[in-house]
Design a binder for this molecule. Structure first.
Ligand code: ATP
Ligand code: MG
Length: 732
């Protein structure tokens, strides 16, 4: 067993034993100097609870649960909490706040279906991958009446409603986590609570029905989640003066290659690529019926519904359009088969126009308009770009119709609660353009999180003039600069290279290395790769495909084809596609690549959408929910410590608890404190001003000086201090 003595505690655990913290951890009776139980990390990375038999001060002899006895270095032991703290519902209550203790506490609760735990101000939700008996009207009622206090999405949502009414400030519930961690389910649970409390007008029913629609068109099966959202979503729910829901608005961001999973999938090439037509436990016919019904509920007319499905079919048939090479330069002609005819019919255009558009490109050289024939790969790109654009226009159009249906009436008060369900940080063995964009978005969200929880906290202490050594927190501004700086940032350089006709992924990678190597968040890697040091860890990106994915390959000719359509939706889409170009393109465009250079790149569009989302969040009071995926198999009851730990680190949960706890999280104005507890005073105070009364109360209850601070306007307390006063007050 000697190899076990080599085990080293994971790095973050050392953070949690700052002198400030241990000083006041020691005030709890359970954290005695003589450690009885400790955590020992085994060679497989898991932590085991061990008992100390003897200790020399540098080495200890410990016994494992299976009776085995080991001699280990003291540095490899991490303090464990006393049994009485097993399964506390707020990690702030742990005497020892190290990684194994947090992991154990969450697991202890998870095993008893208590999937929610507070981490100071943040709610941690661990995906149960099974039905848990925590939802429904009885629970909603209990949380509303505050008969249950345990952490829950309902409790967070309830707080948001109360604060919206009390402070007259818009609120937001920001849900993050990896793919498959449960964000979308959590958002739905929050919406259910809002609907139950603010319902009555009937509009809440419509709002709930947007979920199956958006999921049908914007979700797809991925390796990590059978029902993965391929788009980010912010739903803003508006309340009237009487606290009733009066409307809603949905904003989506970038749909990443949604796949369609309905119909006889085997017939369509786009669907065949996945080799997966059904998902265990999913009844396609029933799901389809639910979606159709939902489309009715949000007032999409039968006629429009038909157009929607025609467009879906057009996208699928486009995937089946094939080409034959007609000369030795690889130029092509579209094959006249069922696929081609169906596309022409469905988008309402002339078949010859369609053939021509898919295989040629109009260009202007000097003063002449010329027609260039496309080579096979170019024709395939043009076809796929058209399919993708139609799909994304369709998605946007549906969201637009939903928004019309949910539009806030005249009685709006401007008060709202927004729920953000957005793709979480991703780090895989191979990370591409999608991860690059998603992680950039998460970097922005993290800054929002930091600002609110830490900066605002600090500012409040400083404003109120209290003595509070600044707590260091990770600021990710450097990393954001790496992405956003002009002209030498990742996004600018990517856009620049994407517009060069001769730019390749390799020239892009080399440019990054040339210009960004001095940035502390950037590292050039071998070949076409580079590393970004994100707040959540380092990610190596492979630039293969970056330029192609960033360029919008949709030809102007394709947009013109759609605008020539006799049908209403394709015409709309053409207008929509044109407005997405930087300047409305005038007529056929110049040299090779010229047409595309006018269009906004994918990354730039994404950045624009992200900024819009952030702007909406900026003026709200945020509430954070961090979803955690306990295993990669989507299976219940399986809790993989390593996987959970990695996610806890990524979302900064431990950091948040440490900082919240080392500060003074409870605060009350002098007036409120004096009013609330003044009657408990046994002796009259000479002066009746709130500050004197407050100080007298603090003395009478022997609240230790290190447990509070007196600010100009407020009193600040360590965790748990006001509890004693509240107990006494309630007993009196
Ligand atoms: P993505 O980023 O890929 O969209 P996500 O975080 O939105 O992922 P969800 O789709 O919400 O993940 O959850 C994945 C699956 O986990 C759900 O389909 C459901 O089976 C299960 N799940 C999540 N939360 C719960 C819950 N509270 N109770 C029961 N099952 C849940
Ligand atoms: Mg989702």
């Amino acid at each position: 067993g000697d190899e076990d003595s080599e085990s080293v505690p994971l790095p973050l655990s050392s953070n949690s034993t700052s002198s400030r913290e241990s000083r006041w951890c020691d005030t709890t009776p359970y954290a005695s100097k003589k450690k009885v139980q400790c955590w020992l990390q085994l060679s497989n990375g898991n932590w085991e609870l061990v008992k100390i038999i003897t200790s020399s001060g540098t080495e200890s002899v410990v016994s494992l649960p299976d009776g085995k006895v080991l001699k280990v270095h003291d540095e490899s032991l991490v303090s464990a909490n006393p049994d009485i703290l097993d399964g506390v519902d707020d990690l702030m209550q742990l005497s020892y706040l190290n990684e194994p203790s947090v992991l154990y506490n969450l697991q202890y609760r998870y095993n008893q279906n208590m999937i929610y735990t507070k981490a100071g101000p943040v709610l941690v939700a661990i995906n149960p991958f099974k039905k848990v008996p925590l939802y429904g009207n009885d629970y909603i009622e209990a949380y509303k009446r505050k008969r249950i206090e345990s952490p829950h999405v309902y409790a967070i949502t309830d707080t948001a409603i109360r604060e919206m009414i009390r402070d007259e400030v818009n609120q937001s519930i920001i849900i993050s986590g990896e793919s498959g961690a449960g964000k979308t389910e959590t958002a739905k649970i929050a919406m259910q609570y809002l609907a139950a409390l603010g319902g009555g007008s009937g509009i809440e029913y419509e709002i709930l029905k947007t979920n199956p629609i958006l999921e049908a068109f914007g979700n797809g099966k991925t390796l990590r989640n059978d029902n993965s959202s391929r788009f980010g979503k912010l739903i803003e729910i508006h309340f009237s003066e009487t606290g009733k829901i009066c409307g809603a608005n949905i904003q989506t961001s970038m749909c990443w290659g949604a796949t369609i999973s309905k119909g006889s999938a085997e017939d369509y090439k786009y669907l065949r690529q996945s080799n997966c037509y059904s998902i265990v436990g999913v009844n396609d016919a029933e799901e389809f019926r639910i979606v159709m019904e939902a489309l009715d509920v949000v007032h999409i007319s039968k006629e429009d519904q038909e157009s929607v499905f025609a467009m879906l079919a057009a996208v699928l048939w486009l995937g089946n359009v094939s080409f034959t090479v007609i000369d030795n330069e690889n130029h092509v002609q579209a094959v006249e088969d069922e696929g081609l005819f169906s596309v022409a019919k469905l988008i309402g255009c002339d078949i010859e126009d369609l053939k021509f558009t898919l295989t040629t490109r109009k260009m202007k050289v000097g003063n002449d308009n010329i027609v260039q024939k496309l080579k096979l790969s170019q024709a395939i790109d043009a076809r796929d770009a058209l399919a993708k654009s139609i799909y994304s226009c369709l998605f946007d159009w549906i969201v637009e119709q939903i928004n019309k249906s949910l539009a806030v009436g005249k009685r709006r008060t401007g008060r709202s609660i927004s729920i953000l369900d957005i793709y979480g940080f991703e780090s895989f063995n191979r990370n591409s353009f999608e991860q690059f964009c998603i992680n950039y978005a998460n970097e922005r969200l993290q800054q929002h999180f930091n600002r609110h929880l830490f900066k605002l906290e600090q500012e409040e202490y400083i404003q109120d003039g209290i003595d509070w050594a600044k707590v260091e927190f990770e600021d990710n501004q450097d990393c954001l600069n790496l992405f956003e700086k002009k002209p030498l940032g990742l996004l600018s350089l990517l856009d620049e290279e994407s517009t060069f006709p001769n730019g390749t992924d390799l020239t892009f990678a080399n440019k990054l290395k040339q210009h960004l190597n001095s940035n502390s968040c950037f590292k050039g890697e071998r070949d076409k790769a580079f590393t970004v040091c994100h707040y959540a860890g380092e990610v190596i990106y492979d630039t293969t495909g970056f330029l192609e994915k960033n360029r919008d390959l949709l030809h102007l000719d394709s947009i013109q084809l759609l605008s020539s359509s006799t049908c209403h939706l394709p015409q709309k889409f053409a207008t929509q596609m044109l407005t997405q170009t930087e300047k409305p393109a005038v007529g056929p465009l110049h040299k090779s690549g010229g047409a595309d250079s006018q269009k906004l790149s994918v990354a730039t569009k994404f950045k624009g959408q992200l900024f819009q989302l952030m702007q909406r969040l900026e003026s709200t009071t945020p509430h954070f929910i961090r979803c955690i995926k306990p295993n990669n198999l989507q299976s219940p009851g399986l809790y993989e410590q390593g996987l959970v730990l990695q996610q806890l680190r990524c979302c900064g949960v431990l950091e948040v608890v440490r900082i919240s706890r080392s500060g003074f999280p409870t605060r009350m104005s002098h007036q409120k404190f004096a009013r609330r507890y003044g009657f408990l005073l046994l002796e009259n105070v000479a002066s009746q001003d709130p500050l004197s009364v407050s100080v007298a109360i603090l003395h009478q209850f022997n609240i230790l000086p290190e447990m509070y601070q007196v600010g100009y306007t407020k009193l600040f307390f360590r965790t748990g201090q006001v509890g004693v006063l509240e107990d006494t007050r309630n007993r009196t």
